[in-house]
Ligand binder design. Structure first.
Ligand code: CTP
Ligand code: CA
Length: 231
């Protein structure tokens, strides 16, 4: 929380947060995945709960022990959703009872059209995967938004510089129709598997209204400060 802010400034707020990376099955032993660790989304859930909110945390694949503190927090209920399809169903249900929804999960944009029941063999020499686009969960939540509900998205972008990052963020915020978008820069060596993060916050004013960098917990607190300014 900001210096001097009461630790209970989110008291009784009902929050739904998604985190982690979905894994789309190819066959019984393989999947399409991404490098999301789940740390930032879990930090968002913990920060809300520590500030008094009731949190429904929907977790896809997360690294190692990232969920541990959340699993033992008295104000956090953890649910698992490993694929984009499972995440879609879980987040629709969670959003039905939430004042604020934060989609921090790295949802796969595509899944395999026909998942093989048997392990695919390499004998054929080549493999072509037929991919179909997954539902845009956040777009669905925006469409079915409850009155007074605040919707927050995350965007991990590769960008040459700060200006490009900002422009991408502003465009994506408008396209997604969310109240707030947290934008962070990623690259081969940046933004993943790290304890630290740096984000820009963009809201419906189409401006960068705040920036935060440091630990993922500091970034999470800045996100809740930005949400409170919008409510
Ligand atoms: N998201 C979602 N459902 C998807 C894909 C993304 O709910 N099928 C959410 C993410 O959780 C995130 C936000 O949308 O909060 C932005 O995700 P991002 O991947 O940056 O945007 P996309 O719309 O998928 O656009 P692209 O990947 O092409 O940049
Ligand atoms: Ca995407």
């Amino acid at each position: 929380a900001a210096a001097g802010a009461p630790a209970s400034d989110l008291a009784d707020l009902r929050v739904a947060v998604s985190t982690g990376g979905t894994r789309e099955p190819i066959d019984p032993v393989r999947y399409l995945g991404n490098r999301s660790s789940g740390k930032q989304g879990v930090a968002v859930a913990l920060a809300a709960a520590d500030r008094g909110a009731y949190v429904h945390l929907v977790a896809a694949h997360v690294e190692g022990t990232v969920l541990d503190r959340a699993l033992h927090h008295p104000r956090i209920a953890v649910e698992r959703a490993l694929t984009a399809g499972e995440m879609d169903a879980a987040m629709r249900a969670a959003a039905g009872e939430a004042d604020v929804v934060v989609m921090a999960a790295a949802v796969a944009d595509f899944s395999v059209r026909e998942v093989s029941d048997v392990k695919i063999r390499k004998e054929d020499g080549t493999l072509t995967l037929d991919l179909i686009e997954n539902p845009d969960i956040l777009a669905g939540l925006v469409r079915d938004r409850r009155p007074g509900q605040t919707l927050v998205g995350f965007a991990a972008e590769t960008a040459a510089d700060e200006t490009e990052l900002r422009e991408r963020g502003i465009r994506k915020r408008a396209r997604k129709g969310v109240d707030l978008l947290a934008v962070n820069r990623v690259g081969w060596t940046q933004g993943f598997e790290s304890g630290e993060n740096a984000v820009l916050f963009v809201d419906a004013s189409d401006e960068v209204t705040a920036r935060a960098s440091g630990t993922k917990s500091a970034v999470a607190d800045a996100l809740w400060d930005a949400v409170l300014r919008l409510r």
